[in-house]
Design a protein around this ligand. Sequence first.
Ligand SMILES: Cc1cc2nc3c(=O)[nH]c(=O)nc-3n(C[C@H](O)[C@H](O)[C@H](O)COP(=O)(O)O)c2cc1C
Length: 240
Amino acid sequence: MLVYTNIEDLRRHYVRRTPKMFYDYAESGSWTEQTFRENTSDFQHIHLKQRVAVDMSGRSIRSMMIGEQVAMPVALAPVGLTGMQSADGEIKAARAAEKFGVPFTLSTMSICSIEDVAEHTTQPFWFQVYTLKDDDFMRRLFERAKAAKCSAIVVTVDLQVLGQRHKDLKNGLSAPPKLTAKSIANMATKIPWGLEMLKTKRRSFGNIVGHAKGVTDPSSLSAWTAEAFDVSVKTLKDTE
Ligand SMILES: Cc1cc2nc3c(=O)[nH]c(=O)nc-3n(C[C@H](O)[C@H](O)[C@H](O)COP(=O)(O)O)c2cc1C
């Protein structure tokens, strides 16, 4: 049995198992990737101070987050394309969060849809939205989140303009993955990932394809994404 004791162990497993285009999506940043590197390295400057001779019995990190009891004050952040990292990834992550007792946030850019996750969990989860230009689509997203009994809406306000992510451009990142000689050669080395993917029907953006105007199949999605974000954040200002 493999014993994973830290995030680096998981990362090594992940790089072996996952096609390069999806690994690079999660493990890279935009432009020079300076912020991506510093998001990790900055933490190395933080030191925890040990306190001694204090009563350590009955310690707990249980807490409340927006009215919900949580095992620790941490929620799973929204991560787009999780269902491409591992088949049905959002359902797996939501169930793990539920078992541990912390909130799970489903991204608008998830592979499993709001309804998919609701169907496979018993606790309410949070749902993340962007400020998008398409009011109808936004309204329907809120209705779907409400129908799925989501307990919070998380609004992302830092993505009016998509960053230029060089690795994603070079890899031709897409969901489902585009079949090129390079991507096929790489996926052929990821057999367990591929077998799991073949078993699920969830291989594109479940909240968008079939729901946003004009996006009836994955091929029309990139045109939608390029146009969808509200550069002015008008949607937010209107609701102030
Ligand atoms: C691979 C990846 C995908 C992400 N996808 C989304 C997303 O779909 N929606 C969103 O609002 N934030 C997304 N984020 C941002 C995260 O939810 C989170 O806010 C950010 O990583 C900062 O939190 P951290 O310091 O714990 O990493 C993503 C981040 C990463 C690394």
